[in-house]
Design a protein around this ligand. Sequence first.
Ligand code: G6P
Ligand code: MG
Length: 218
Amino acid sequence: MKIKGFIFDLDGVIVDTAKYHFLAWKNLANSLGFDFTETQNEQLKGVSRVESLKKILAWGNTTVSDEKFQELMTLKNTEYLEFINKMDDSEILPDVPRVLDYLIDNKQGVSLGSASKNAKVILEKVHLLSKFKTIVDGNDVSKAKPDPEVFLNAAKSLNIKPEDCVVFEDSVAGVQAANTANMISIGIGSKDVLYEADYIFNDFTEISTEFINKIINN
Ligand code: G6P
Ligand code: MG
């Protein structure tokens, strides 16, 4: 078998943390006197914490001082972490461990490429941290997806060329980042949203061993 690099996004691919981001952002918006909808939350997938807050404040027609901005970021993350701290293995999305184990058993490079600064905490909570050879997260990058920086760094950390890497992503920005990095993009979610990806599956239960072998040996 050939060796490829498999880079996993975290939120929405390995675990469904979007619901916790939503609750924490909604409470923050409400405390500032405006609402925050699930539709707006969709648009924050793959978007860094700073950029998310900027968008939310713009949606609420609200401006704040730099100091207040930092305060709001901390407030949101503190509440988000309260949800994260209650997480366990039961929140891993279906068949993610099967695919991870298959790749590891077949000596493939496995890395995390996430915008989240909480990535390691989350992987620890769901007991998946040891599955990843390398982790590149929001603490390691300066440019947010759709910039390819996070995935290019992940490829480098695995010592595998970008064109030999495969990315699992649930966000449009992430799929675009993978495409720009010259990697194979696999969208996890709806075809209506992720149509720019090379392959699209609703979830990992649809990803067969045959498909993975084909990707590895291509
Ligand atoms: C992921 C999520 C985003 C989130 C970002 C930063 O990309 O999809 O919704 O804003 O990570 O997460 P953090 O845990 O650092 O606030
Ligand atoms: Mg995601």
